[in-house]
Ligand binder design. Sequence first.
Ligand SMILES: [Zn+2]
Ligand SMILES: [Zn+2]
Length: 372
Amino acid sequence: MHLSNSSKAELEEDIQATGRLYEHEPEPQEHVNVGTGPTNKVYKKQYFWYTITAFSILHVGAVYGIYIVATRGYWTTIIFGILLGLASGLGITAGAHRLWCHRSYNAKFPLRLLLAFLNTVAVQNNIYTWSRDHRTHHRFSETDADPYNAKRGFFFSHIGWLVTSKHPEVTRKGQTIDCSDLLEDPLVYYQRKYYFWLAAFCSFIFPAITPWKLWGEDLWVAFWFCSVTRCTFVLNGTFLVNSAAHLWGTKPYDKNTVGMEQPIVGALALGEGWHNYHHVFPWDYKTSELPWYRLNLTTMFIDAAAYLGQAYDLKTVDPKVVEQRVKRTGDGSHFKWGDEPERLEKEQQRLEQQQQSDTYPTSIDSKLLKDE
Ligand SMILES: [Zn+2]
Ligand SMILES: [Zn+2]
């Protein structure tokens, strides 16, 4: 889209970012939730009935898939469906999210090819579009320009944003996000170009014919469970990051910004539920502070890929920086430094009492001292 000079100036003036995309960028002046106040753009919501029908079929089909595989399927088909679900989830989390969108690490061609394939199996739109929407989400979190604005409620941020027309602010402010780097990767370029056919094959045909050809599963059973049920579960696991991890949880790193620490989403979205940390430090390949793999399968996968020499330049945040940030802006729920303000206050009170008192400890104090 080409903008006139006056529109460009108007847009520049109107940009109010709520989050950072890269490490070197300064903290926005007002990154506190700026809300969805009235804008000058009239928003006329339209429903995409084709997409609503497709999602309805997927969800009803997902239940049918579980029923039919439980009553007629091989156990190998169940294991294959679950493993393919986990692997395709990595195509979103380790691929589209942490590699392409946030550039939190680099990957050699074989790993990029694997992740692009798994990403297509997950059928959550092509890597370019997914990353563009997600960068817009980080930059304009929880405003009209956020494609999955959680201020519009659980349903909208979970799935509603995919079945209704975009708010004009998403398009208007979204065009200020630079995504040119994404198409420099030929895998992203060609995946986008042939996405419809690639997604049809990778997400629906390949998962169905593999159990049929390899161990003689009924094609009908394989299709409903390995294609439809598997795809629907992965879709919802990912959607929970945009909905639940923006609505419920704690904010140990920055109480003024968006995103919450949500262990249930951490487990279901392969490690993407540590969302307060992620919105504060989006360039950290771990998307969480904890050094061990607490509900973070994706970090485990990237570390394994780095061990094999396929992933490199893994970016992370100095623990000192994290500690300072927690003490400065956290909501007090951090597992290690959460009670720091309270502890300092108690210490101060104790010192003041000690200074005022020049009497000997009472018998109760003596007992406490002994116990300590
Ligand atoms: Zn978010
Ligand atoms: Zn992100």
